[in-house]
Design a protein around this ligand. Structure first.
Ligand SMILES: [Zn+2]
Length: 161
């Protein structure tokens, strides 16, 4: 199964960020009204994720998944019940801010703004091609993984009762 790509509505910013943490391509523009979201989704082959109960796509251009929960954890679980989100190894690491897949960066090119002890102890640095933020595994990853574990997301292929 292809990794799904999302177009997330403006009421679900936190969910969009978490989808990126999970490695999903999640377009999110907080100024985008519903019909524009549908157009974007249709053009870029994305699944619309929305809390807008009135959002309809009469022309059936894009798949729409409706979320009713308020908190992002419940929203992720709700989405996971429709589309299994677990099993994150196959997906690239993404910049949570920009949605870009981050690219490996040589240790020599890691800027001085990254603390010396990090440069001394880490080897796997990545950079967002858009905002130039530097990422390394130890920091975000541990917290992120425990969060993901706590969410109990379903792996694609997992037997679902
Ligand atoms: Zn970025």
């Amino acid at each position: 199964m292809d990794v799904p790509r999302f177009a997330v509505d403006r009421m679900l910013g936190r969910l969009a960020r978490w989808l990126r943490v999970l490695g999903f391509d999640a377009a999110y523009r907080n100024e985008l009204p519903g019909d524009r979201l549908l157009t974007l989704a249709a053009r870029e082959d994305r699944i619309v994720v929305t809390r807008d109960g009135r959002l309809r796509d009469p022309r059936g251009r894009a798949r729409v998944i409706r979320i009713t929960s308020a908190g992002f954890r419940d929203q992720l679980r709700e989405l996971d019940r429709v589309l299994p989100l677990g099993g994150m190894d196959a997906r690239p690491q993404r910049c949570v801010e920009c949605n870009e897949a981050v690219l490996p960066v040589a240790l020599a090119d890691v800027p001085e703004s990254v603390p010396a002890y990090v440069r001394a102890t880490q080897t796997d640095f990545r950079r967002c091609p858009r905002c130039r933020r530097i990422f390394w595994p130890a920091t975000h990853r541990t917290r992120m993984e425990s969060e993901i574990e706590a969410l109990g997301l379903t792996s694609p292929g997992t037997d679902r009762a």
